[in-house]
Design a protein around this ligand. Sequence first.
Ligand code: FAD
Ligand code: SF4
Ligand code: SF4
Length: 496
Amino acid sequence: MNAQVETLDAAARAELDALGDLGSLAPAVRSKIAQREMPSQDPKTRVSNMDEVALGYTEAMARLEAQRCLQCPTKPCTAGCPVAIDIPRFIKAVACGDDAGAVATIKESSLLPSICGRVCPQERQCMKGCTVGKIARDPAKAVAIGRLERYVADLERERGEESVPAVAPPTGKRVAVVGSGPASLAFAADVRRAGHEVVVFEALHKCGGVLSYGIPEFRLPKAIVEHEVESLRRMGVEIRTDFVVGRSRSLSDLLSEDGFDAAFVGSGAGLPRFAGIPGENLVGVFSANEYLTRSNLMKAYAEGRADTPFYHARRVAVLGGGNVAMDAARTALRLGAEAVHLVYRRTEAEMPARAEEVAHAKEEGVVFRTLSAPTRVVGDENDVVTGLETVRCELGEPDASGRRSPVPVPGSEEVLPVDCVIVAIGNSSNPLVPLTTPEIRTDSKGRIVVDANHETTMRNVFAGGDIVLGAATVILAMGEGRAAARACNARLAGAL
Ligand code: FAD
Ligand code: SF4
Ligand code: SF4
């Protein structure tokens, strides 16, 4: 245990002792218990390593945090969770010390609690409607649902208490899954459980989609993702990596020639968008996808031990205000940058990133340049980046997204001296599968169109996750994969 964990653990133990009989605590007492802080690595230490920042609750912290739940009969927290986990029931189990019961409750609805407990934007989902947060008039002070979810799921994994889900007898049906992100992992597990043979085709050499190549190790340890993929293998799911559907074989080949009865497309939204400003082709400009993939998937940060080179930059500008921008900025610091500037057109209140990532980025020294829009990347005679020109903005009328639009202030341009620019302003749908499968219809943004059963315009081909929603969240992708699996299982059973 590090010193901070020891201190927070001792405080939680003392507070639990002082509360006396936990079974008979009045709601007024419960609502006065302060939210347990999440122990984390010291910012000065963590900027020079890739280890996980948040260290997780100890048993005493989890039990005390669980005491804060008021067991609201209307379950506003559950209403905010995209997969409707029975949150009061799982928290009650944590409060009583029944960690196995807690994780079993969560797994009725979510297959990836260790992951969602870490990366869900809880303050905009389950915590948003929490009564405790409402009483405190601050959603950040709500019951720390994701931290408790992570605690019980980690405990189960670390103790080796997970059992391989039961698989029904073989049906003789075969199902192909394109991609191995959270939508595909959830789909594959539920279809395999019904006794169908499942083969996952992944374009990259590692499984997990964004969980592996996008979200950095310091936020989501890759061992957790590998563990989830291994669980699928143990259920009998076959996984073929380095297999690009649309190149190695087309989706139509898989269905008409390779003996698959149905398919799921979970190919995600991995196509980076650029700002469309002059100078974006200069040496030293990266999409966040490329930058993060080099670091996460190819371990470019382990210089000397990895084959993948990385770009040594001293001063970095990151464009954007979402999770991807925070991940890129914090990775740049860990790769040795002396200064990292986050350039965002609106104010911090409009930033789509998770509140915790914003707070962590600031603690680590990322400089936030809000109300600032990029206008041009500046380069030297060798076409190497030397600066980023930005213009100051003011907020005008709300746009289609409901957020107030940034309006540039003429004459306020300035050049920020940087040697690297990372563009993290959004991703579009991966186009390859729709391009090589004309039967599959897409909308004007390239997203695959599905019906209420998650079926595409090609019969027996289902789709879900970012390829349908546009860049969204892990839990939404997982929920879509499960819903598509229900429909696929019904179709293969002749009930749809
Ligand atoms: P993906 O995870 O994108 O997986 C798609 C997979 O399909 C990939 O592995 C890809 O290689 C593969 N593939 C694509 N085309 C083919 C093909 N033709 N053949 C075979 N395989 C193919 N969400 C959160 O909830 N919280 C966060 O904190 C968060 N942080 C993020 C940080 C970053 C850097 C990024 C990029 C995204 C983040 N997200 C976050 C969003 C979240 O990760 C995605 O919404 C989610 O992963 C989508 O899941 P998916 O299964 O639809 O697709
Ligand atoms: Fe909250 Fe996400 Fe867990 Fe649902 S899955 S309870 S939104 S952390
Ligand atoms: Fe507990 Fe908050 Fe849900 Fe009420 S809303 S049951 S306090 S987690």
